[in-house]
Write a protein that binds this ligand. Sequence first.
Ligand code: NAD
Length: 298
Amino acid sequence: MAGAVIDGKAFAEGLRARIAVAAAQFEVHAGRKAGLAVVLVGEDPASQVYVRSKGKQTVECGMASFEHRLSEDTSEHDLLALIEKLNADPAVDGILVQLPLPGHIDEQNVIATISPDKDVDGFHVVNSGRLSVGLPGFVPCTPLGCLMLLKDKLGSLSGLDAVVIGRSNIVGKPMAQLLLAESCTVTVAHSRTKDLPEVVRRADIVVAAVGRAEMVKGEWIKPGATVIDVGINRLPPLEASPKGRLVGDVDYASAIQVAGAITPVPGGVGPMTIAVLLRNTLVAAHRNAGVDFDESSL
Ligand code: NAD
């Protein structure tokens, strides 16, 4: 029997609806809207699309969106000065600098300048430190979205064997920390891992964050395992799909035959990322304004 499809699009819609209710309550208590500032440097078309949909969804959830579009030749000095201004602005609860940045700007300097209490992307070293020692902070949006889908599907994750494929700072590593905090036994696999199929075969939970189209095959999956596919890969154009089909890191057709549940691409992890960004912003707003809030209610 084929596995269940984990509908990230529907889950993200539900999350945004809960955020909208809580954002309206925040406005009553704080006397202002929660606010997200998004900074885009340059004209990268994909980044422009992301920034536009972040702004739109922020406003739809009843929060304030502040967009700062800077030219490609903006100096690092000027960008850091803008971030300092946003750090000091009480109307801004979250700051997101769209990556990648132009080559002449040092991304690490930029991330380090964002106040950790407004770092809703969770990329600041203070927030990765907080995550690894179990203090409240901000967790990168994509892995937190994956965890929400897993807990929604499985309830307690305690004692389960989890394999995370990929060790990037924005997905693989924070994902592994989150699963460890849920008492999973976690293996992090990467490009140098020996016999990856055998490693994956042990897992009750597989999170694939590699960036290689359909790499993880159904025969690698333990029957009944839950599979979270973070990958977004565009295949070369074909006559049937002139723009090129979007696929994940998992070979969906074979994996769904074996898995207990699996996220599709598109419509799985992808829609969760912006919804979790809005969640993090609303959490930041409550913390910054000193308004009590049950963060687990989202
Ligand atoms: P990355 O390139 O920074 O990291 C990829 C990781 O995969 C590396 O740690 C590398 O060791 C590992 N890897 C590479 N080849 C491998 C192999 N053959 N076997 C095992 N491991 C291998 O990528 P990332 O930023 O973590 O993103 C991973 C994927 O997730 C990409 O497809 C990206 O587009 C997607 N992504 C999606 C979202 C979303 O919103 N859904 C967000 C971020 C990233």
